[in-house]
Design a protein around this ligand. Sequence first.
Ligand SMILES: [Zn+2]
Length: 82
Amino acid sequence: MRIKDLPVDDKIRDLRQMHLNELIKIKGVITKRSNVFPQLKKVFYNCVKCGNKLGPIFVSTNMEVKLGACVICQSNGPYVLD
Ligand SMILES: [Zn+2]
């Protein structure tokens, strides 16, 4: 379905948090384009010592994951990616 003539015409620079989950109409000029990459991955880790599953943890592609002590066995891992 194509939607046209929405009454509100937001400017792309005026987009704010209030626009989250709203249907908006904007005009803009594409200056750069690339494939759409998934920015977040949902991962689970398993504690090697007790097998406890940690997660889901949301990580962005180049972010280092810092896992604290395991809530079950209180060790600091090691953890393996599930
Ligand atoms: Zn553990």
